[in-house]
Every structure is written in C-alpha cells, then in structure tokens.
Design a binder for this molecule. Structure first.
Ligand code: TPP
Ligand code: MG
Length: 671
C-alpha cells in the first residue's frame, strides 16, 4: 500500500510536470499543500467522482486558485472524468484545465477562483446555503442536507480586504461546517511576507487572533507536512459545530524542491528540467512525467466510496420522500433550478395587476412590489442588502432572517460589505437550490465589481439590485450619484442590465431576471418617483425584448426617434408630445435593457430603430459613450459626461439639461 507521503507526492509530481510542460503555472502551492490535501480528500471529503453534481457532496474550494494543478491532480487521481490527457494539456486552448480553476470546465470544480479572496467568500456562500437549505428541508429523523465546505487559502486571500468582509460575517453567522485551511508559508510573489526590522514585509497580522476576533474556532499552529497533525486538526475542526474553523497550516512552498522550496521563485514559474529531476530524486519519485503507478491510483480512487456514499444518501432521500412527498418534490425542483410550473402564468397575471394599478412610484418601490408579487411564488429567493434594506427596498412580506432560529430564512443582512455580499451570492447560487438577489446603491457596485464579473464569467444567475441610479438621488451628491456605472455594467459580457422606467417595466425586468438562468442580471432602480406609462398588452409583452416602441407617430413612419431608459423615458415621452403638437412625426423607444435588445434578431431591432431613420436622440442621465451605437453619427445625446452635484434632484435635472425643453431642442437641431 502506498504511504500517505507517496500519495501526496503524486500531486507534487503531476503539478511540477504539468507546469513544466506548459512552461507556465504555479507549482509552489500544490507542492506545499499536497500533504494537507491528501489527508482531507482521502479521509474526509464525501464526494462521488462519478456524479460531481450529487447535491449532498462536500464542497471544496481552492481559494488560492493559482495552485490549480492541486485541484486538477485531486480530481484526476480520485476518479473524476478528467483524463491524464487534460493534465498534459494544462493551460492550453480548449482544455478542461485552464490556468486557474474555472467553473464549467473540469468536473468537480465548484467555482472559478484565482482573483484572490473571492474563493473563501464563495465558500462562505456555499456554507450559508448548506445551512439554510438544511433549515428549510431537513425534518426530524431526515437529514438530507448535510455537507461540509472545505476551503484552501493562502496569504494573498487573507491580505485581500474581501476576506475580512466574508470571514467576519461567517463568524457572526456561526457557520460551523465551514473549515478553512490557511497555507501559512510566509511567501507571496514579492518574497517573504513577514520580514523583520527595517524590512517588515507586508503581512505581519496575527492571523489566529484576527480570526478569533471574528468568532472563529482557530487551530493556530499545525505542521502542514505532518499528516497526523493535519488529521487531528480536521477532527477538532469538525467537532466544533457552532463556529467556522480556521486551521493554520505551516507549510513550505514548493516542498521537495531542493533549491527552490521555501522561496518565492517556485510560486509562479516552472521549476526547470534540472530542478524537476532533482525533486524526483529528493522525494523518491522515479516515475516518468504523467505516469502514476497503479498502487498510487488505488490509494486515491474515490469512486467506490463515493458511489456508496451517494447510494446511502439516495436511500435516505427515498425515506424522506415517503414521509414528506411534497417537500421531496420541491427539493428536487429547487436543486434542479427549475421554476415552479405555475410561474409563467402567475407572473404575467401579476404584471397585468401592476399595469392596472397604474401607480406613480419610484422604481425601487416598484421593485419591492414585484418582490411581494413574485416572492410567494419563489421560495428559492434568498434576498439581502448591504445595510440598505430600507433604501433598496429589498425586504418583502415573506422575508425571514437567515440567522433566525431554525436557520430556514431567506434574507441575509449582509452589513456594509458590498463585495462580500456579491461573492457570497455567487457561492449561494453555486450551491444550488437558491436564487440570490442582493442590493446596494448603484454607486457601490464599484466596490463589488469583480464579483459581478465572476458571476458573468461563470454564467451563473445571480441578481444584483442597485437603487439610487442617477443624479436623481439628489442631495447625497456626487459621491453617491452614478454617472458611468450603468454604462460600464452593460459592458460586462454575459451580464443583462435593466433600467426600467416605471412600475410595469420594473415588474417585467424582475420576471426577466428570474427567468434568465445562464448568466447574472443587474436591476437598476430610481430613488425618485416615476410616472406610470400606459401600454397595450403587446407593448407589455415587448418589454422583455429589452427595447420597444413606446409611443409612435401616426402612420408609423417617424422623422425622428427619441430613445431613453429609466427616469428619462418620461422626458422623452413629453418631448415627443410637444414635437407632435408642432406637427413633427416622432417615435419614442424605451430601452430598459440595451444588452437584451442587442440580442434580438436584426428584423426586430430594425423594426424598432429603422436604419432609414437617422435622426435620433438618446436621453440617459449618465455618460454618453455607449449611446453612439444607437444614435449614429447624425444623432444627439442628452447625457452626463461629468460628475453630479449635491442639490435637490429637480434642480439637478434642470442644471444638467434633463428637461423636456432641452430634449426638444436637441431633436429640433437635427430635424
Ligand atoms: C485579486 C488578485 N490580486 C493579485 C493576484 C496575483 N497573484 C496571484 S498569486 C499572488 C500571491 C499570492 O500569495 P499566496 O496566497 O501567499 O500564494 P503562495 O505564493 O503562497 O502560493 C498574487 C499577488 C491575484 N491572483 N488576485
Ligand atoms: Mg503564501
């Protein structure tokens, strides 16, 4: 039987050889954490390589994603559908082994990691989702949701600010089944993180004390190369159920490399052929690159144990089904990510109700109304706000705090943690069974931005809600007034951005976001009141196309088009009325989602914005850059290419030209 060290050395060999072959990558972390990974995966991880989507599997997150060869080695060795050919193809085009682990490529990769700090934050989301889904579905004698979330992280993750946001919240929430392994190797790219005297380095935190202060259970000193010590630490961590655990593992980066271990040199570069040969000698690994002896495979193979674990769970689930048939069916629906069968019909009925009410309200209020309409249909909703519930209006009548007794809630008080909230939502949706939405002021989407990008990269259906969407928020001033944010959010590939103009469009955009399953959505709402606009049922239907004709001239052959989004649609409508009264033929196009509109076929887009009509004016209280593609070089834009000011909203709209008269003037200038 292979020894633990020999099993761990398989990770070391695969990692250094794959990096060497690619002549690119990070051998240090996998070689340093191999012994820890061996104990965790062989003795504790409950997973089924033949079914990477088994809902009750333990989750593993490599937050120090640069060490991607660690997870690829583990997945290959334990029996996932990740053949050796993929390891040989590390970092090559169309391989399943990209430079950093990417969700949707290698089976068993739970989330995309690499941007440091976000993996641990996703893991907090995974652990919160596990606890909450358990609270909602487990019943006495039937524990069907019950898994651990394990996460590896390095100095870099701990230096990143988001780790504070996430770990502080995890401590407050007492996420006892979250177990983190800190790769305490005193190295990051620039060298030793803990220097001395006049060269203090850049990371001298007392990490154990920091995590104790968060309310974590901390195991402060574990030799990360001593399997027994690691095993004891995992036992201890699992025995503490009311606190997340941090196991601080002292390791040597690049362990086994005689000339490079312990040095930053092996962090992110191939060791070189000569050093690779020396490692083979040093660790006693005589096998050729990418050759794994049968005995080693046998020591790692998790297929039989995994199949057995899942079968045991299936049996338990069938007994749950007998006792609670409706819950079991609902669990299966939720985990499959399917909408309730009556969703489409009830959602449309709600939108018709909103239209009939014809309310003049802020779109943030309309958003809350939509949540009250849709929330009862969707127990999978997991809401939240970064300490702005009363401003973002994210609470609806069915909200219950996730931390309340029973842990069966559906609302997260994230505190002032925009980035943390967003990356936690990514983790929640990745767990399965939930549709998270979370809110802040649109301005602070900036704080969260990379998590939005990661959601888009992973094509996962998180709903980011942003209120206070322009200078229309008024007196809080330019620090809080978005100007360039909507435009830049639209630029994120795979992100559907909505900026509705009234309560009806707000309800439709919520419905669209809920139905958009293969990517994130951003919903942008106003602070200030917006008038109801009347529409035909066909127009209401067309809102979900992202852009549509809201008002047309008689005969349908306009001489000019005014297009707008959100709070500026009203200006466009009134300007068109004024111009129509002067005998002009004007069409108004509402574009609540430019991305969704862009995805319509050419015939539809041309029907809304006929290429022959080149006299076009766009109105949006934000930067103008993105609008030129709609108005063309003959067009005009009423926008805002500067920061706002602190003043009442009405005055600001006048000051910056968002008036009916100014829109009319712009149209007249090109007629
Ligand atoms: C947000 C972010 N900033 C910077 C980087 C680039 N980067 C990758 S690894 C690394 C150093 C990480 O140090 P540590 O976590 O200690 O990793 P180790 O060298 O110990 O493997 C940096 C700066 C990154 N991946 N993500
Ligand atoms: Mg390090």
């Amino acid at each position: 039987m292979a020894s633990r060290r020999e099993l761990a050395n398989a990770i070391r060999a695969l990692s250094m050889d794959a990096v060497q072959k690619a002549n690119s990558g990070h051998p240090g972390a996998p070689m340093g954490m191999a012994d820890i990974a061996e104990v965790l995966w062989n003795d504790y991880m409950r997973h089924n390589p033949s079914n990477p989507k088994w809902p009750n599997r333990d989750r593993f997150v490599l937050s120090n994603g640069h060490g991607s060869m660690l997870i690829y080695s583990l997945l290959h060795l334990t029996g996932y559908a990740l053949p050796m050919a993929e390891l040989k193809n590390f970092r090559q085009l169309h391989s399943k082994t990209p430079g950093h682990p990417e969700y949707g490529y290698a089976p068993g990769v739970e989330t995309t990691t690499g941007p440091l700090g976000q993996g641990i934050t996703n893991a907090v989301g995974l652990a919160l989702a596990e606890r909450t889904l358990g609270g909602q579905f487990n019943r006495p004698g039937h524990t069907i949701v019950d898994n651990y979330t394990y996460v590896f992280l390095g100095d870099g993750c701990l230096m990143e600010g988001i780790s504070h946001e996430a770990c502080s919240l995890a401590g407050t929430m007492k996420l006892g089944k979250l177990i983190a392994f800190y790769d305490d190797n005193n190295i990051s790219i620039d060298g030793e993180v803990r220097g001395e005297g006049d060269s203090p380095g850049w990371f001298q935190d007392d990490t154990p004390k920091r995590f104790e202060a968060y309310g974590w259970h901390v195991i402060p000193v574990v030799d990360g190369h001593d399997a027994d010590a690691v095993k004891n630490a995992i036992e201890e961590a699992r025995s503490v159920t009311d606190k997340p655990s941090l196991i601080c593992c002292q390791t040597i980066i690049g362990w086994g490399s005689p000339n490079k271990q312990g040095k930053e040199e092996c962090h992110g570069a191939a060791l070189g052929d000569a050093e690779v040969a020396l490692v083979r000698e040093t660790i006693g690994w005589s096998h050729a690159p990418f050759e794994i002896p049968e005995e080693i495979y046998a020591g790692w193979d998790a297929k039989a144990a995994g199949a057995q674990a899942e079968a045991g769970w299936q049996t338990a689930f069938e007994s749950y089904r007998s006792a609670h048939p409706e819950l079991a069916a609902e669990f299966e629906r939720r985990v499959a990510g399917e909408l309730p069968s009556d969703w489409a019909e009830k959602a449309s009925a709600f939108i018709a109700e909103v239209d009939a009410k014809a309310e003049n309200i802020a779109s943030r209020k309309a958003s809350q109304n939509a949540l009250n309409g849709f929330g009862p249909l969707l127990p999978e909703l997991m809401g939240g706000s970064a300490d702005l519930a009363g401003s973002n209006l994210t609470l609806w009548s069915g909200c219950k705090d996730v931390n309340a007794p029973g842990h069966d809630g559906n609302y997260v008080y994230y505190g002032v943690r925009e980035f943390g909230m967003s990356a936690i939502m990514n983790g929640i949706v990745l767990y399965g069974g939930f549709r998270p939405y979370g809110a802040t002021f649109e301005m602070f989407s900036e704080y969260a931005r990379n998590a939005l990008r990661m959601a888009a990269l992973m094509k996962i259906p998180v709903i980011f809600v942003y209120t206070h969407d322009s200078i229309g928020l008024g007196e809080d001033g330019p620090t809080h007034q978005p100007v360039e944010q909507t435009a830049t959010l639209r630029m994120i590939p795979n992100m559907q951005v909505w900026r509705p103009c009234d309560a009806v469009e707000s309800a439709v955009c919520w419905k669209a976001a809920i139905e958009h399953q293969d990517g994130p959505s951003t919903l942008i709402f106003s602070r200030q009141g917006l008038p109801h606009i009347s529409r035909t049922p066909e127009q209401i239907e067309a809102i979900s196309k992202g852009g549509y004709i809201l008002k047309d001239c008689a005969g349908g052959h306009p001489e000019a088009i005014i297009m707008a989004t959100g709070s500026e649609v009203d200006l466009a409508v009134k300007a068109a009325e004024q111009l129509t009264a002067q005998g002009k033929k004007i069409r108004v196009v509402s574009l609540p989602s430019t991305n969704v509109f862009d995805a319509q076929d050419q015939a539809y887009r041309d029907a809304v914005l006929p290429p022959s009509v080149t006299r076009r004016v766009a109105v949006e209280a934000g930067v103008t850059d993105g609008w030129w593609k709609y108005v063309g070089s003959a067009g005009k834009i009423v926008g805002l290419d500067r920061f706002g000011e602190s003043a009442p909203a009405g005055e600001l709209f006048k000051e910056f030209g968002f008036t009916v008269d100014n829109v009319v003037k712009h149209v007249e200038s090109i007629l």
